[in-house]
Design a protein around this ligand. Structure first.
Ligand SMILES: NC(=O)C1=CN([C@@H]2O[C@H](COP(=O)(O)OP(=O)(O)OC[C@H]3O[C@@H](n4cnc5c(N)ncnc54)[C@H](OP(=O)(O)O)[C@@H]3O)[C@@H](O)[C@H]2O)C=CC1
Ligand SMILES: Nc1nc2c(c(=O)[nH]1)N=C([C@H](O)[C@@H](O)CO)CN2
Length: 236
């Protein structure tokens, strides 16, 4: 079936980067399915534009499997799956194991189970892609967010494994961003320090990410690749 008519699934697209990508795909006439955890005004706007929005909490296996069952009733095939859902959690003292479990579940178990159970939907599309969203911090580790970093490193390993497992019919790649968008609570000192960490010193916004996603979706000769999108952080 022609790729253009089948939807692209973006997980965690109720806000920020995922929402921006969903809006841009809809602008281009691409059908979209999103998952979201919390109800937001953005969800209604996406539905008004024709997107299918499925509520899902990937904090345990049961929630992931409920989403997969819902998804399979909503579409007969998929053009691509973008594993964007993520929590940027630091380990809170005394709750380290629970934080680690949550991060492993959303960043590794959810993509793993969704890929296992939904790759047959991708096989309905002439062009088929899976995109894992990791983090440039995997490159050197993180003293402050070790569990987050480890879970994203595991996701990068899944990129390699699924690329080998699903070739040649399905391409599997990743994007490893550094700072894309600050959060509302980030103060000036934090912002200045974060900008200083890269050679280009900018907050690029979600459009830089979307350009990378477009590249992976449009290029037929890429699989098992994780794109660095970090403003030259590795040069500092
Ligand atoms: N923003 C940045 O500067 C950077 C982002 N990245 C990566 O890029 C991607 C997009 O970043 P950004 O837009 O900031 O991401 P967000 O922090 O906004 O998270 C995206 C969505 O993930 C959803 N989510 C979180 N936990 C769960 C869960 N357990 N089950 C289901 N959904 C969940 C949230 O849903 P809800 O809001 O409904 O709870 C949220 O809207 C992420 O993978 C992130 O790790 C990497 C480096 C830098
Ligand atoms: N799920 C999220 N992951 C990350 C976020 C975020 O807001 N949500 N933000 C970052 C930072 O921008 C970091 O890259 C620079 O300080 C990392 N991951």
């Amino acid at each position: 079936m022609s790729a253009a008519s089948l939807p692209i699934l973006i997980t965690g697209a109720g806000q920020r980067v995922g929402l921006y990508c969903a809006e841009r795909l809809l602008d281009e006439g691409q059908p979209v399915i999103i998952s979201y955890r919390q109800e937001r005004d953005s969800i209604a706007r996406l539905r008004e534009r024709g997107a299918i929005a499925l509520q899902a909490d990937f904090s345990d296996e049961a929630g992931i499997m409920r989403f997969i069952e819902q998804l399979r009733t909503q579409c007969r095939g998929l053009r691509a799956i973008v594993h964007n859902a993520s929590q940027w959690l630091a380990e809170t003292p005394g709750a380290e194991a629970e934080v680690f479990r949550q991060l492993f579940t959303v960043h590794m178990l959810a993509p793993y189970l969704i890929n296992l159970h939904c790759s047959e939907l991708l096989l309905q599309s002439e062009q088929a892609d899976i995109v894992h969203v990791s983090d440039d911090v995997v490159r050197k580790g993180s003293a402050n967010r070790s569990a987050y970093c480890a879970s994203k490193a595991g996701l990068e390993s899944l990129t390699l494994s699924f690329a080998a497992r699903l070739a040649p019919r399905i391409k599997v790649n990743g994007i490893a961003p550094a700072l894309l968008m600050f959060n509302a609570g980030d103060d000036e000192a934090y912002r200045a320090k974060a900008l200083e960490k890269s050679a280009l010193g900018i907050e690029p916004g979600p459009q830089a990410f979307y350009q990378s996603l477009r590249y992976l979706l449009d290029n037929p000769y890429l699989t098992g690749t994780t794109l660095t999108l970090n403003g030259g952080r590795h040069l500092k």
